[in-house]
Design a binder for this molecule. Structure first.
Ligand code: ZN
Ligand code: ZN
Length: 480
């Protein structure tokens, strides 16, 4: 090889290095170097578990990091003080990433493999949203590193979406048009395994029914009273009868959030909070109408009056096969989670406590094959549903939690607050980065994704949120 040929090599290789294999390493190297940074961020949010719409510190921690990383951060959108949108880059395509950060009530737990609340009755990250929000932010920053070093056109937008657990923050952002210019949304959730999620889950309507009666001495003058709690009980009784006659994939559950104060006072006010779900939102609407009629009947029969409030409502998820295949490829490239000795001891203790042997832990190191889509048989709901009917969206999970752990369990709080949670969020961020690079560098891919999205949604689709025109229920987690 001549001297001249040798000199030519770097020039010839330069574009390849920037847009090929080497450029892909930029975000991955960034994430490997930044383990400590994101470990601290996720643990800071874990240690400050805040409930829906009250996540001031958690949201603030993520905003601060994004600002330091050069993102333009807008806060308090769609009437929600803890929401934010952080943007980096310019022009199309615009890729959105979702970040959640709310905790759950009553499930406080330390990072130990046995039940030990940090604070009795306190909040806890039993759905792993400390890891969720941090992984999404890490992914967005890694994508920024790639955009900045390659000079590639494109925008990354990270949506800080409050109150996923029952408040439906994403629905308000969708309803107010904040996703209108986004081409593709990437979503994930902490899980017990590494897999792309192709299920639709269920659409949900959350309704509070409040009965108003007349207070009276329950022993001296019960005839003067009308019990609001009777209204609640009559409604629940009717719902438990109609349960047998609804499609089997339906899910209906309730808690009485106000059942009166003392047995010797006929309750003047009583409230029952319902979650009503079905995989198809059209059928869900029939169920809600039926329960509304039962509530009217319950009020009539108990001579009480009724008021009801839709707290939130989410669409079922709309999958996208093309996007799922891209994420599957990248999830396989990144691979599973590898426990070190300390993490293994912790995970084995949790698995054994759940009655499983150590082989149950093998899943965390693997990536599951891409599932075929099957009709949903019930299951949970997410406000990601509304996003997915407005922008092509893909969801996946990485192994944040010990296999065998139930959703919303103390085991999840424990595991998510350790380095296992951090490993899972770093893997997630890598999948986000590789997927974004695929989308930025291959415009036909986005065209194919959008074509599939349009055909699944149908040409007559018109978005109307299931929560009507209500404002965000900012106080739904405030104890009254
Ligand atoms: Zn969750
Ligand atoms: Zn949850």
């Amino acid at each position: 090889m001549s001297k001249k040929q040798l000199l030519l090599i770097p020039i010839v290789l330069l574009p390849f290095m920037l847009f090929g294999q080497k450029a892909t390493n930029i975000p991955l190297d960034y994430l490997d170097r930044s383990f400590q940074t994101y470990d601290q961020i996720q643990k800071a949010i874990w240690a400050t578990p805040e409930l829906g719409f009250l996540e001031t510190e958690s949201s603030g921690i993520l905003q601060k990091h994004l600002e330091e990383q050069g993102f333009n951060v807008e806060v308090g959108l769609a009437g929600m003080p803890t929401s934010f949108i952080a943007t980096y880059g310019s022009g199309n395509p615009i890729i959105g990433i979702l970040a959640e950060f709310d905790a759950l009530p009553g499930i406080s737990q330390d990072t130990v493999p046995y039940r030990k609340p940090v604070e009795a009755g306190g909040n806890g990250h039993a759905c792993g949203h400390n890891v969720f929000g941090t992984g999404s932010v890490a992914g967005a920053v890694a994508i920024k590193e790639w955009l900045a070093s390659t000079g590639q056109q494109g925008t990354i937008k990270i949506f800080g979406t409050p109150a996923e657990e029952g408040g439906g923050g994403k629905v308000y952002l969708v309803r107010d048009g904040f996703f209108n210019d986004v081409d593709v949304v990437l979503d994930w959730h902490p899980a017990t395994r590494n897999a792309v999620n192709v299920t639709t889950g269920t659409a949900i309507q959350m309704v509070d029914y409040t009965f108003h009666g007349k207070a009276a001495h329950a022993a001296a003058s019960p005839d003067k009273g009308r019990s609001a709690l009777d209204g609640v009980e009559a409604l629940n009784y009717m719902v438990n009868l109609l349960r047998e006659h609804v499609p089997s994939e339906s899910r209906i559950h309730y808690v009485i959030t106000n059942g009166g104060e003392a047995p010797n006072v006929v309750p003047e006010v009583a409230t029952v909070s319902y979650y009503i779900r079905h995989p198809k939102r059209e059928i869900l609407q029939d169920l809600v109408n039926w329960i509304n009629e039962a509530a009217d009947g319950a009020a009539k029969g108990t001579q009480t009056t009724l008021s009801s409030e839709i707290i939130a409502g989410f669409y079922e998820k709309l999958p996208n096969r093309k996007l799922a295949e891209v994420v599957q490829k990248n999830l396989e490239t990144v691979g599973g989670i590898h426990y070190d000795d300390r993490e293994r001891v912790f995970a084995e203790a949790i698995a054994n406590d759940l009655g499983l042997d150590n082989s149950a832990l093998e899943d965390v190191a693997k990536v599951q094959p891409l599932d075929e889509e099957k009709p949903s048989q019930g299951g949970g709901s997410s406000d990601v549903g509304d996003v997915s009917w407005n922008v092509p969206t893909v969801s996946f999970g990485t192994a944040t939690f010990v296999p065998g752990s139930a959703g919303h369990s103390w085991q999840n709080v424990a595991s998510g607050g350790t380095t296992i949670g951090t490993k899972s969020l770093i893997n997630t961020a890598k999948v986000f980065a590789l997927t974004a690079i695929d989308l930025y560098t291959n415009p036909t891919l986005i065209d194919e994704v959008k074509k599939e999205f349009e055909s699944r949604r149908g040409s007559n689709f018109h978005y109307e949120s299931l929560l009507g025109d209500r404002a965000p229920a900012l106080d739904y987690r405030v104890k009254k």
